[in-house]
Design a protein around this ligand. Structure first.
Ligand code: SIN
Length: 282
C-alpha cells in the first residue's frame, strides 16, 4: 500500500489497495484506518467493487445508517444514493460546507463515497481540515468559544424547502441537536472546530462576558458563528478531488467538512455514500 499526501494539511491518495480486499483483511484494514487518522480523507482510484463490497468495507468501521430525506440503494439501506440529473432541483444541500448529519445527537464518524457516474469536467468535491482550522484561531477566539454549544438543525436545512406539515414531521422525528463548538477527536485527541452549515445558533452565548448590550447577542453571536463557519472556506485547509467513475473517497467526519461543487448541472452525476455511525461529540 502506497500513501501519497495531496496537500500539506489534508488528503492522501492510496495506491495498491482494493477496498473489497481491505474489507476482508484485518491487517490491511488496520493500515487504511491508520492512514485515515493521519490524513483525514483518503482517495482510491479504479475501485471496481459491488455495492455489497462498498457496504462491507464501510461496516468495518461501524454499522451504517440511512438518511431520512435522501434515498438508499434498494438492497443496501446503508448506501445513500446521491443521484443528480437534468431534473434535479437547483437547491441542493451538498454545495455548502458541512459535516455530515450533525443534526443527529451522534453524527456519523465517517463516510465512504463512491463515484458511479460523473461529468468529464465539473462536480469535484472539496474537504477541509477542521482541526487545523481550530489550531489557527486567535487565542481570544479560542477562549470565547471553549465553553460554547451550538444548535444543529435538519429542519432549517433539508426541511426548509418542504411543505410546513412535512417540515414539522421531520423536526418531530429529528429534534435539533446540541453540540460543543469545539469537539475533541475521540481517537487522535485533536481539538476540532465543529460548526458548519447545519448550525443555526449558539445556545449558551448569553453570559455577562459576551453580552453587555442586546446587539452583542444579536447580531453579535450570529456574527461570531458566521466567522467560525466561514473558516472551512480557507484554501490552505482544503483538498479538492476531481472524480472519475470508480473512485472512492473515505473521510473522517469528526474532523473535516466537505463541499460538493455544483458547477455541472444539467449533467448526470451519481454518487453512493455509506454513512458510518459515530459517537456523541464531547
Ligand atoms: C456529501 O455531501 O456527502 C456528498 C458529496 C458529493 O456528492 O460529492
Amino acid at each position: 500500500m502506497k500513501v501519497a499526501a495531496l496537500t500539506c494539511h489534508i488528503g492522501a491518495e492510496v495506491q495498491g489497495v482494493g477496498l473489497a480486499d481491505a474489507a476482508r483483511d484485518d491487517a490491511l484494514f488496520g493500515e487504511v484506518k491508520a492512514a485515515l487518522l493521519a490524513h483525514k480523507v483518503l482517495f482510491f482510484r479504479d475501485q471496481d467493487i459491488t455495492p455489497a463490497d462498498h457496504a462491507a468495507f464501510a461496516e468495518r468501521f461501524a454499522p451504517l445508517e440511512g438518511h431520512p430525506v435522501v434515498g438508499s440503494h434498494p438492497d443496501h439501506p446503508g448506501l445513500i444514493q446521491i443521484y443528480k440529473d437534468e431534473n434535479s432541483p437547483p437547491d441542493h444541500f451538498e454545495n455548502a460546507w458541512h459535516c455530515d448529519a450533525t443534526w443527529r445527537d451522534a453524527p456519523p464518524m465517517g463516510a465512504v463515497l463512491r463515484c458511479v457516474a460523473c461529468p468529464d469536467v465539473g462536480g469535484d468535491t472539496m474537504w477541509a481540515n477542521m482541526a487545523k482550522a481550530y489550531a489557527d484561531l486567535p487565542p481570544h477566539v479560542k477562549d470565547t468559544i471553549a465553553p460554547l454549544k451550538a444548535r444543529h438543525s435538519i429542519e432549517a436545512t433539508f426541511g426548509a424547502r418542504m411543505p410546513e406539515d412535512r417540515r414539522h414531521a421531520l423536526k418531530a422525528q429529528f429534534p435539533d441537536a446540541e453540540h460543543p463548538v469545539v469537539r475533541t477527536h475521540p481517537e487522535t485527541g485533536e481539538k476540532v472546530l465543529f460548526v458548519s452549515g447545519f448550525a443555526t445558533h449558539f445556545t449558551n452565548f448569553h453570559t455577562s462576558a459576551n453580552v453587555r448590550y442586546g446587539q452583542d447577542y444579536a447580531p453579535g453571536g450570529a456574527q461570531l458563528l458566521a466567522y467560525l463557519i466561514g473558516r472551512a472556506a480557507i484554501p490552505e485547509y482544503q483538498v479538492r478531488w476531481r472524480w472519475r467513475p470508480g473512485d472512492v473517497a473515505v473521510w473522517d467526519n469528526r474532523c473535516t467538512q466537505h463541499y460538493a461543487v455544483m458547477d455541472y448541472p444539467p449533467t448526470i452525476r451519481r454518487m453512493e455514500r455509506a454513512s458510518i455511525t459515530g459517537d456523541r461529540p464531547y
